[in-house]
Design a protein around this ligand. Structure first.
Ligand SMILES: Cc1cc2nc3c(=O)[nH]c(=O)nc-3n(C[C@H](O)[C@H](O)[C@H](O)COP(=O)(O)O)c2cc1C
Length: 226
């Protein structure tokens, strides 16, 4: 009994002293995303014409529906055998997406892994992470002013098992396709984003609680109306 009390006190003290983001037990909290709406308001041609990188964001919170649309555009499953919105070399699907959240209605702040099979999210880290990610991205502080940030990572071994030394080029081609899907979806939703490649990959991975290889960051938030 005394030992249990001592351990609980130690855990509480450690939580109080460390304060910052904490890694969750895997599978602790999951959130089901609403179904994606597949009837957009703009044509593909209009999205392609309007697409632009955005580094300034408005204050409103993003909605869970917007998160659903963006993650579906990035890696949503669109065929019975598992094919997705973006192509993948050999249909191996090595990409793993994390969403760092700071201002989304219905989601606690922290990092969430996207689970394409169930179109849901599972929390991996709790806390405010956008400034830490911006700092890892060579202190591009504007990145912390969005509502959320997409972290595109990969498990290279999945592709390497078949494609050996051609794997990273295949993986980065997949990341590029996903990135463009996200840009175009943001356009239809009135959201802004920018592909960010300048970063310390290991720091970015640590911040969202993964050992995957991080390839690209995409801050997300409402565009500022002129
Ligand atoms: C692979 C890649 C990496 C990029 N990295 C950064 C970055 O670290 N910081 C940044 O502000 N923009 C970054 N960008 C965005 C480019 O600067 C931007 O796409 C370019 O200026 C063209 O502008 P547009 O996207 O508005 O057409 C990156 C774009 C790509 C494709």
């Amino acid at each position: 009994m005394k030992q249990a009390l001592f351990l609980i006190t130690l855990a509480l003290l450690s939580a109080l002293l460390t304060g910052g983001p904490s890694i969750c037990q895997s599978g602790d909290i999951t959130v089901q995303l609403p179904d994606p709406d597949i009837e957009g308001s703009l044509t593909l041609e209009e999205c392609l014409t309007a697409r632009r990188s955005c580094r300034e964001f408005g204050d409103r919170a993003m909605t869970l529906q917007e998160v659903s649309q963006i993650l579906w555009a990035a890696q949503g499953i669109t065929a019975d055998w598992g094919a997705r919105t973006a192509p993948s070399a050999g249909g191996l699907f090595p990409i793993r997406l994390f969403l760092a959240v700071e201002n989304v209605d219905g989601l606690d702040n922290g990092a969430w892994e996207y689970l394409p099979d169930s179109h849901s999210l599972r929390q991996s880290v709790e806390g405010d992470l956008l400034q830490d990610l911006a700092t890892a991205a060579v202190s591009q502080d504007w990145m912390a002013t969005g509502s959320a940030m997409l972290v595109i990572s990969a498990i290279p071994e999945i592709t390497e098992a078949r494609y050996r030394d051609r794997s990273m080029r295949y993986i980065d081609a997949e990341v590029g396709a996903i990135c463009q899907n996200v840009y175009l979806m943001c356009e239809t939703l009135g959201l802004g984003t920018t592909a960010v490649g300048a970063m310390n990959d290991e720091d970015a991975a640590d911040i969202v609680g993964t050992s995957n290889t991080v390839r690209l960051l995409m801050p997300l938030g409402p565009i500022v109306e002129e």
